[in-house]
Design a protein around this ligand. Structure first.
Ligand code: BG6
Length: 504
C-alpha cells in the first residue's frame, strides 16, 4: 500500500474571500477542505479568510459558527490547534450587492486587512451563494476594482454551480463575467472534477499504451454513463422543482465524465490543452431536433416507496414542490458524437434520485468477438466485454472478459479483473474540494470549466429541455422510489439491441 504524497508547493500569500460564508456549502465543504489543507500544510504562510456576512455578524460569531460546522462536517478528527489557527484567520465583513456603498466600505476594510496580513494583494473571491447572486456580486466586484489585477497581484473569481439554467442564461452570465475579468481569472467549479477517479480517467487513457489504440469506433460498441442516487429531493424542493434531473446533473457532472472519456489526447497536460480538447468534444455532440430529442430520451418522476428502511414520499408531496409538478427526477438520454473517433458509437446517459442503489460509473462496452469459432461447441453466448470506471461507491476500474471454465469440454464464462483504489493507496478521507481549492490558490485551472465548455454542454441538452417543456406531462413516466428507475430507460437501449449493465 502506498501513502499518497502531498504536493509540496505552498500557494502564494493571499486572501480568500467567501460570499455565502454562513451558508451550507461553506460549512459543509469549503471550511472542512481548508482545514484538511491546513493539516497537510498546504495553505499559504500569509493568509486571511474573509467571510462576507449578514448584517451585524461579528468575526467572533462567524468563527464560532464555522467551528461548529467544522466539528460536524470535518472528514477527519479535528485537531484544536490547527482548527484554531485556521479560524484565527477569519474576519467577518458585511457587503450586500443591493447596497453598492457596502462594497466600497468592504474594499477599504479588505485592503487594510491585507496590508496587516502582508498578503501582497492576491485575492480569491469564492461565490458560494445561490446562483442569482453570481452576476450582481461580480458586477460590484468589478465596479469597485476589487478584481483588477495590478502591481503583480492576482485576482480570481470562483463560481459554484449551477452555471446558468439553459444555453441563453449561461451565455449571458459568461458575457457579464467576461466584461469584468479575463477567462483565466474565472474558476467555474464542478465538484466531479475534484474526485480522484474522475481525474484518473485522463491518466488511465493517456498514461497507458494499451487503451488508446482501441479507444474508438472500431472497437467500442457504446458507452454508458450512470449516476444513480438513493437520496430523494429532501429539503431542496424549491431549487429542485425549478431545476430537474437533467439541468441538475447532465450538462455539468455527466458531461465531465463524458468529455474525459471521449476527448482527443491533449498535446500537453496543461489547462489550455486539456480544456480545449474537452470543449471540442462537447461541441461535437450532435444537436438533436426536438423530435429526435423526444425519441432519444426518457423522463421519470419518483413515487413513494422504501429504500432500505427509509420511507420516501411521492416527489409531488415533497416540501416546496408544486402539486402536480412535471419536473423529472430521472433522465436518460442517447447522444451521438459527430467526429472520426466516435461516429456511430452511442453514448447512453442516465441519472436519477430515489433509486435502489447509489452508483456512479462509466462503462465502456467493447464490440463482441465473432461467435463463429464457438458455434459447434456447447457455448451459447459470450459474456460482454466491459471496462468499468467506478466512481462511487467503489472507486476503481474493472475489466470483464471471457475465460474457459476448467474441465474437459469447452465452456466459457465471464470473469472480472478488478483494481480498487483502497487496495493500493492509503488516502485520508476528504471532501473532494481540497484539490479544487488548492488549484484556485496556485492558479491552475485545468480542473475548472471554461466558458466554451459550459456553453457547449448547454447547447447539447437544450433540445431536450425545449422538447420536454412543450410536451409537459406527456411522456413523464412514474417509477417507484427504491426501484431501478422508469421502464422506458430499458426500452431506450433495447430498441438498439442493447441493455444497461446490471448494477449491484
Ligand atoms: C449536486 C446536485 O451538484 O450533485 C445534487 O445538485 C446531487 O442534486 C449531487 O445529489 C451529486 O453529487 P455526488 O458527488 O454525490 O455524486
Amino acid at each position: 500500500m502506498t501513502d499518497v504524497p502531498s504536493r509540496q508547493r505552498k500557494p502564494d500569500a493571499c486572501s480568500f474571500v467567501i460570499f455565502g460564508a454562513s451558508g451550507d456549502l461553506t460549512r459543509r465543504l469549503v471550511i472542512p477542505a481548508l482545514y484538511n489543507l491546513a493539516v497537510t500544510d498546504l495553505l499559504p504562510e500569509k493568509f486571511c479568510v474573509v467571510g462576507i456576512a449578514r448584517k451585524g455578524m461579528s468575526s467572533d460569531a462567524m468563527r464560532d459558527s464555522l467551528m461548529k460546522g467544522l466539528r460536524q462536517f470535518a472528514t477527519r478528527p479535528v485537531d484544536d490547534v490547527v482548527a484554531r489557527r485556521l479560524l484565527e484567520c477569519v474576519t467577518s465583513i458585511e457587503a450586500d450587492p443591493k447596497d453598492p456603498a457596502s462594497f466600497d466600505a468592504m474594499r477599504d476594510r479588505l485592503e487594510k486587512l491585507e496590508a496587516n496580513r502582508s498578503t501582497g494583494g492576491n485575492r480569491l473571491f469564492y461565490l458560494a451563494t445561490p446562483p442569482n447572486a453570481f452576476a450582481p456580486i461580480s458586477r460590484e466586484l468589478g465596479r469597485t476594482g476589487l478584481l483588477q489585477q495590478k502591481n503583480g497581484a492576482w485576482r480570481r473569481l470562483v463560481i459554484e454551480k449551477p452555471f446558468g439554467t439553459d444555453l441563453a442564461s449561461a451565455k449571458a452570465l459568461n458575457g457579464e463575467l467576461l466584461k469584468i475579468v479575463d477567462e483565466h481569472q474565472i474558476y467555474r467549479i464542478d465538484h466531479y472534477l475534484g474526485k480522484e477517479t474522475v481525474q484518473n480517467i485522463l491518466v488511465l487513457r493517456f498514461a497507458n499504451g494499451m487503451f488508446e489504440p482501441i479507444w474508438n469506433r472500431n472497437h467500442i460498441d457504446h458507452v454508458q454513463i450512470t449516476v444513480d442516487e438513493k437520496l430523494g429531493v429532501g429539503h431542496r424542493g424549491s431549487f429542485y422543482d425549478a431545476t430537474g434531473a437533467l439541468r441538475d446533473m447532465v450538462p455539468n457532472h455527466l458531461f465531465q465524465l463524458l468529455s474525459l472519456v471521449a476527448m482527443e489526447p491533449p498535446t500537453r497536460f496543461d489547462a489550455h490543452s486539456v480544456r480545449a480538447e474537452k470543449a471540442d468534444v462537447l461541441a461535437a455532440i450532435q444537436t438533436q431536433s426536438e423530435t429526435e430529442a423526444l425519441r432519444n430520451s426518457v423522463r421519470g418522476q419518483y413515487q413513494g416507496g422504501k429504500i432500505g428502511d427509509t420511507v420516501i414520499e411521492d416527489y409531488c408531496k415533497t416540501e416546496d414542490v408544486k402539486p402536480g409538478s412535471t419536473t423529472e427526477t430521472y433522465a436518460a438520454l442517447k447522444l451521438s458524437i459527430d467526429n472520426w473517433r466516435w461516429a456511430g458509437v452511442p453514448f447512453y446517459l442516465r441519472t436519477g434520485k430515489a433509486l435502489g442503489l447509489k452508483r456512479t460509473e462509466v462503462a465502456i462496452k467493447f464490440k463482441q468477438a465473432p461467435f463463429a469459432m464457438f458455434s459447434s461447441t456447447p457455448v451459447e453466448t459470450l459474456a460482454e466485454n466491459y471496462l468499468v470506471i467506478g466512481v462511487e461507491p467503489t472507486e476503481g476500474i474493472a475489466l470483464q472478459f471471457n475465460t474457459k471454465v476448467p474441465g474437459p469440454t469447452i465452456r466459457i464464462d465471464g470473469v472480472e479483473m478488478k483494481f480498487r483504489y483502497k487496495d493500493y493507496f492509503k488516502a485520508e478521507p476528504a471532501t473532494g474540494y481540497e484539490t479544487l481549492i488548492y488549484d484556485c490558490m496556485i492558479g491552475d485551472n485545468i480542473l475548472f470549466q471554461r466558458a466554451d465548455s459550459v456553453e457547449a454542454g448547454w447547447q447539447a441538452v437544450q433540445p431536450f429541455l425545449d422538447a420536454w417543456k412543450k410536451v409537459g406531462a406527456k411522456g413523464l413516466e412514474r417509477y417507484k422510489a427504491g426501484s431501478e428507475g422508469p421502464d422506458g430507460a430499458e426500452e431506450l437501449l433495447k430498441r438498439d439491441g442493447r441493455s444497461w449493465r446490471k448494477l449491484g
